[in-house]
Design a protein around this ligand. Structure first.
Ligand SMILES: C[S@@+](CC[C@H](N)C(=O)[O-])C[C@H]1O[C@@H](n2cnc3c(N)ncnc32)[C@H](O)[C@@H]1O
Length: 221
């Protein structure tokens, strides 16, 4: 994917060799990994969408030695970074896959997985990415599978001012980007048979949203 006109990161990332470090991932990876550790099913095979630098994957598997993690990204430099960080946990993190959710048949031949994890992506990509997560979850996940979304959301008058500013800034960069309305995301997930099981308020006005298929039993470890 030529990402030259759609920057994959909004912040300056440090680099040592192929390993990129995002300041925001460095700040929030611990709290996210802790929540993932208490959320993901035992022995979960995880597909991460838009893994970015790959810092989250390494932090997550460092908290849970039973996880098998498949990172992905359409951006070649990000995939190289993911593979470089994965050298610290080669038994748990697979070589990154080139997955662009706006490409037809992106999910063909993948899975099954027990969790789909997508952090800080659906507001920095066209709405079609969120639609594809909802549409392909049933195909990619086992019946007890979990979808984990992390990022900022709009909630009408309750929206944090910083998220409204962020929304305006994203849209000025790319009119197809923007902080999504929580209600609209929930409705999209419901169209894929996914029900919100848990919502967790995270630092800096972000949310973690944990979805399961309607009727599935609780499968957290
Ligand atoms: C802001 S970064 C977030 C990276 C990482 N998940 C994190 O939280 O640090 C957004 C990521 O989404 C990826 N992305 C953008 N468009 C995408 C698409 N159509 N399909 C899959 N990933 C996409 C970008 O390449 C980038 O790595």
């Amino acid at each position: 994917m030529d990402t030259s006109d759609t920057p994959t990161a909004l912040e300056k990332r440090a680099q040592i060799g192929d390993r990129l470090s995002s300041p925001s991932a460095e700040r929030n990876k611990g709290v996210i990994a802790k929540l993932l550790a208490e959320t993901l099913p035992s022995g979960a095979r995880v597909l991460e969408i838009g893994s970015g630098t790959g810092q989250h994957a390494l932090e997550a598997v460092s908290c849970r030695s039973d996880l098998l993690w498949q990172p992905s990204d359409p951006d070649v430099i990000s995939r190289a970074s993911q593979d470089a960080w994965a050298l610290d946990a080669p038994d748990q993190i697979m070589p990154s896959k080139d997955l662009n959710l706006l490409q037809p048949d992106w999910a063909a031949g993948l899975g099954p997985f027990d969790a789909l994890v997508c952090m800080n992506v659906i507001h920095i990509s066209p709405w079609g990415v969120c639609q594809q997560i909802a549409a392909q979850a049933r195909r990619l996940l086992s019946g007890h599978g979990v979808v984990f979304l992390y990022g900022p959301y709009k909630e009408g008058e309750a929206t944090a001012p910083s998220n409204l500013d962020f929304d305006r800034s994203l849209q000025s960069r790319n009119p197809e980007w923007g902080v999504r309305d929580l209600d609209v995301v929930l409705a999209e997930m419901a169209s894929g048979g996914l029900t919100l099981e848990r919502r967790v308020n995270m630092p800096a006005n972000n949310l973690s949203l944990i979805f399961k298929f309607a009727g599935a039993e609780h499968a957290s470890s």
